[in-house]
Design a protein around this ligand. Structure first.
Ligand SMILES: [Zn+2]
Ligand SMILES: [Zn+2]
Length: 282
């Protein structure tokens, strides 16, 4: 048995940037990135989580001393980036757009070789906002890049299967079988994986993703009674498992599920205590 452990460490920094592709005109940048292209810039409170894996050191009971991880984080990421205008002040972002996809690459490249011997950087998660983050995950020589966007909607439903008797429905679903229904504030996460576009620095256009999720999910589900108002549930019991699958099916009509970029995961959180995932090709 190996004593391989992965630890995670979170750090934060604030920076300004604007989305800008150097070889496009101002009008083309504005068309591609909207208000995020404005040259005056805008700012974010970024968060960064490192995933560091290694064998447990029997003497210390640790994989790596977390103060060593913090020292590298400070010298390579927080020190150079905190309080800066990324495009204007950081050379790395003068030759490529300062998207979250590229910021996570910067972090990976600057941290990976600086960790103490025996500690391997296996992943970086970087948040631009609480509802937008990028994962860069390394398994062997393979790097996977994923972009996740979170959304929410409110809906009512009644758990009731046409394949069960009324008594069986009540026995299985209990108060969730209430004839007049009940409601939830659903949180959903949509994950796209693949290779970021070299020119735009993006895995997928956020504006397009928001538009598709809005048309296929939010406008259809939000403030609706799932059983009565959403045709997908006419013959299907709207459990969160089914809601997860229906969201996948709806988005898969508009976003490829293989190749790059691809829809790779849907997560549905019905309450703070339960969540459901459907994963396609990682
Ligand atoms: Zn931004
Ligand atoms: Zn419910």
């Amino acid at each position: 048995m190996t004593n391989q452990i992965t630890l995670k460490r979170l750090a934060r920094f604030s920076a300004a940037h604007n989305y800008w592709v150097n070889d496009l005109s101002a009008a083309e940048n504005a068309a591609l990135f909207g208000k995020w292209a404005r040259s005056e810039g805008h700012g974010h409170n970024y968060a960064v989580e490192l995933q560091v894996a290694g064998e447990l050191d029997e003497r210390t009971g640790m994989v790596v001393n977390i103060t060593d991880v913090d020292r590298v984080l400070k010298s390579e990421v927080i020190g150079p980036l905190d309080g800066r205008f990324l495009n204007k002040e950081i050379a790395y972002f003068q030759s490529r757009p300062s998207t979250l996809e590229n910021i996570s690459a910067y972090i990976f490249e600057h941290i990976a070789s600086k960790l103490p011997v025996g500690a391997e950087l296996t992943g970086v998660r970087a948040w631009e906002m609480s509802d937008l983050w990028v994962d860069r995950t390394k398994r062997g020589d393979k790097m996977t890049v994923s972009l996740t966007r979170a959304y929410d909607f409110s809906a009512s439903h009644r758990l009731h299967s046409a394949l069960l008797s009324d008594e069986e429905n009540l026995a299985v679903f209990g108060k969730c079988n209430n004839p007049n229904g009940h409601g939830h504030n659903y949180d959903i996460e949509v994950t796209i994986s693949g290779e970021p576009d070299e020119r735009t620095g993006m895995l997928y256009s956020l504006e397009e993703l928001d538009r598709i999720v809005n048309e296929e999910v939010l406008l259809v589900f939000d403030h609706k009674h799932l059983n009565l108002d959403v045709p997908d549930f006419a013959d299907r019991n709207p459990t969160s498992e089914t809601v997860t699958l229906v969201i996948w099916e709806r988005l898969a009509r508009r976003i490829p599920v293989s190749g790059s970029p691809r829809l790779s995961k849907i997560l549905v959180r019905e309450t703070a205590r339960n969540s459901f995932e459907y994963r396609g090709q990682e």
